[in-house]
Design a protein around this ligand. Structure first.
Ligand code: DC
Length: 227
């Protein structure tokens, strides 16, 4: 199926499977996949390494100036880089996950990330996932999807993902982190996580990735009158 040069915005709560879905979608349609959450995670790692955030999530205001020289970007395989250092593995840790939501709530951090995302997406034919893509980053995206899944399913997915990476998470802690992040992400003042009015909802609690792709293909065919 050939689809037009559109931008696809995918938003939703943590661990709803946004990135797996977005990546596969991008691969099937020959689009570029951009993971906006990785940018917030990269800024969080940077703040931690520079000692600009403490254990109580107090952020040193000098972070704003420091971001001017921070080069976060992706390689062709969607891996995240800080300058020439691959930080893909580091940004997926529980330490980064524990502090990313307060960092992502800071307006100047959001501006920094939004600027980069717009630059990366310049060529179009992009699938981007996050929390505010359809509302703030690309309010004019031609196709918006809002993903949900039950908390139990989401926590189990996150837990399994971490175990597969050789980590030893405690299930209750994974649930606690998910709840905290969802709460902060949907209650912050700047660009909170909300479903865009024109987004299609996808509850994938009981769907396989293939079923999700079939669902979106049907949606695209209908919306863009593709035979
Ligand atoms: O999708 P993720 O779990 O990698 O995102 C990490 C954090 O970044 C998430 O807790 C909220 C924040 N985020 C955001 O505020 N806006 C986005 N567009 C993407 C992520």
């Amino acid at each position: 199926m050939t689809i037009p040069d559109i931008t696809i915005a995918i938003d939703g709560y943590s661990s709803t499977g946004k990135s797996s879905f977005a990546k596969l979608l991008a691969r099937r349609f020959g689009f570029t996949y951009l993971d906006s959450g990785a940018m917030y995670r990269g800024v969080t790692l940077f703040a931690q390494e520079e000692g600009l955030i403490n254990r109580r999530n107090m952020v040193d205001p000098s972070l704003e100036q420091a971001l001017k020289d921070l080069d976060l970007h992706f390689d062709a395989n969607n891996r995240t880089y800080m300058g020439d250092r691959c930080i893909e593995h580091l940004i997926r840790s529980l330490e980064v996950a524990a502090q990313v939501s307060p960092i992502a709530a800071i307006p100047y951090v959001r501006n920094y990330v939004d600027d980069r995302l717009h630059a990366f997406a310049k060529g179009g034919r992009v699938v981007m996932d996050g929390r505010d893509i359809g509302t703030t980053v690309f309010p004019d995206a031609e196709l918006k999807i809002f993903m949900t899944a039950s908390e139990e399913v989401r926590a189990r997915r996150r837990y399994d993902e971490m175990v597969a990476k050789g980590e030893h998470p405690v299930f209750e802690e994974v649930v606690k982190n998910l709840r905290e992040r969802d709460y902060i992400d949907s209650h912050r003042e700047t660009s909170p996580l909300v479903r865009a009015a024109d987004a299609f909802e996808l509850d994938n609690s009981e769907m396989s990735l293939d079923q999700e792709i079939a669902w979106v293909q049907g949606l695209i065919q209908g919306k863009f009158s593709i035979l």
